[in-house]
Design a protein around this ligand. Structure first.
Ligand code: SF4
Length: 238
């Protein structure tokens, strides 16, 4: 592949690039990926603020770039409403995936890893396969919390599947700066104080430096990950 992972010190770049330089760098990364993979690049749109920024950036590169949304039966009403609005705003560009598998009651309490595996990771695998994705683009940022410090802008965690994290270097403030400057609509739940949005039983309003501290409170997964960034996403992987 023409794209090569940067060896630069991610932390140094986070702290030394200014907002405009970060935006420029993000656009360049998406442009390079689009040149390389064309219609086989896809945005993983979680409907959160970071995805909204990435979706807007990608749309500046090409309105042809598609995306997928993984939703679950436990998404808050505000997120379901925002999803409907996004689907209307971008007709034909976003595909929704959801697992209808039967799971035990309150699995999110007894085994949140399994719950996320069934409701989030499996539909993500399906999306990548069905959409014939060579490069998926995420809104992951390395300043979001304790579990997100070791990522690179370009990764190949699964052989043959590139993962691009074009806003890896952005601070939370810079995401809001970008969204405000470009008048990008966001989920109304941010107005209620949420900073990181997931399923209703597993998301709380958090304050303090760790943006993801409100996720999976009271479980071993607190502040952690659903698994789409940590598990194999090839269909035969676990
Ligand atoms: S975020 Fe919670 S409810 Fe949603 S899939 Fe994961 S454990 Fe289940």
């Amino acid at each position: 592949m023409a794209l090569t992972a940067t060896q630069e010190d991610v932390r140094h770049l986070v702290e030394t690039l200014n907002f405009a330089e970060k935006v420029h760098r993000s656009l360049r990364l998406i442009e390079q990926a689009y040149d390389e993979y064309g219609d086989r690049i896809v945005i993983a749109n979680s409907l959160g603020k970071d995805s909204c920024a990435v979706w807007h950036l990608a749309s500046r590169v090409s309105e042809r770039i598609r995306g997928f949304i993984v939703t679950t039966r436990f998404k808050p009403q505000g997120t379901k409403q925002f999803m409907r609005e996004e689907l209307e705003r971008h007709p034909g560009r976003l595909k929704v995936f959801e697992s209808l598998a039967e799971i035990p009651d309150e699995l999110y309490k007894t085994d949140p890893d399994r719950c996320c595996e069934v409701l989030k990771v499996e539909p993500t695998r399906r999306a990548l396969e069905e959409m014939d994705v060579a490069c998926w683009i995420t809104g992951l940022r390395c300043t979001e919390g304790r579990t997100r410090t070791d990522y690179q802008e370009i990764e190949e965690r699964d052989e043959g599947l590139i993962k691009l994290n074009p806003i890896l270097l952005w601070y939370e403030r810079e995401v809001w700066q970008y969204l405000a400057l470009n008048r990008v609509p966001v989920n109304s739940l941010y107005g209620a104080g949420y900073r990181s949005l997931g399923c209703e039983p597993c998301s709380r309003i958090a304050t303090g430096p760790d943006e993801r501290a409100g996720r999976w409170i009271g479980t071993s997964k607190c502040g952690g990950e659903c698994g789409i960034h940590t598990r194999s996403l090839k269909s035969d992987g676990e």
